[in-house]
Design a protein around this ligand. Structure first.
Ligand SMILES: [Fe+2]
Length: 259
């Protein structure tokens, strides 16, 4: 199997609701390695609940984790990242250097929606792009407005966004409708990245291999390799990521009768 890349993993002990101790973070890294993951985001939340998570604090925590991985001979490379919650002053925060980009390359920010809210990003995304940074939509399958509204996610991709799914969104979708929509996204090239969104060794564990196999089953090995490996490798190491436009929505013969 191709080396897997986790683009969303809470691995920075004590910085957020992820692992509580360095030992637990290391155990999560062992679990990732056993899943076939060789590169991983080591991220923490950046939002109002965790005001101390500056880019410097995140970088220092990731560097400490790298040292421990080396000392324990765990074959996993981690990159300092953040899961940034959308807020009204986000553009200013980026300008002022308060936000940690993926891998610290200044190329992409991983954005999540405020809990229980939907925010239209069609103004913010182009403004951030003008300032040189692209947007990755974290666990996009959790947002029904994107998953079920025809054309909504395509508009954001057209503005330059990359779409990230969480492993659980593939292996344990909320219901049958969500499963069909995620499968359709994968087959049409809507999805660019996968992340475990793991938080601990017990609750929300780092599971990646099963999602990879499910994507192979649904959309083929070439899609699974891009989504679970090569695109993430480029994001974390700061290489260019060029993605084709998604294929148009396929309509069933039944719905075409009513056009
Ligand atoms: Fe997360």
């Amino acid at each position: 199997m191709i080396p897997l890349v986790d683009t969303h993993c809470h691995l920075l002990a004590g910085l957020d609701d992820g692992p509580r101790t360095p030992e637990e973070a290391l155990e999560m890294c062992r679990m990732l390695s056993a899943e076939g993951v060789q590169l991983s985001a080591a991220l923490a939340h950046q939002n109002d609940h965790y005001p101390d998570n500056s880019p410097q604090r995140i970088r220092e925590a990731a560097a400490q984790l790298t040292q421990r991985l080396s000392a324990e001979a765990i074959p996993l490379t981690v990159f300092p990242c953040a899961e940034v919650m959308v807020h009204p002053d986000l553009e200013t925060a980026w300008q002022e250097g308060q936000l940690q980009s993926m891998g610290g390359h200044g190329q992409y920010l991983l954005l999540e929606m405020p809990h229980g809210l939907f925010v239209n990003l069609e103004d913010l995304v182009p403004r951030l792009r003008q300032r040189g940074v692209g947007v990755i939509l974290a666990h996009a399958e959790r947002c029904p407005e994107w998953l079920h509204e025809p054309g909504a996610i395509e508009t954001l991709i057209g503005l330059g966004c990359l779409v990230q799914l969480s492993s659980a969104g593939v292996t344990d979708p909320r219901d049958g409708r969500a499963a069909r929509a995620v499968k359709d996204w994968l087959r049409r090239g809507v999805v660019h990245l996968l992340g475990t969104d793991a938080h601990s060794t017990r609750r929300r564990r780092p599971r990646m291999a099963e999602a990879y196999q499910q994507i192979v089953h649904w959309a083929g090995a070439a899609v699974a390799d891009r989504v679970c490996s090569t695109n993430g490798m480029a994001v974390l190491t700061g290489l260019p990521v060029r993605v084709p436009a998604p294929e148009p929505i396929r309509r069933s013969w039944f719905s075409r009768l009513w056009q």
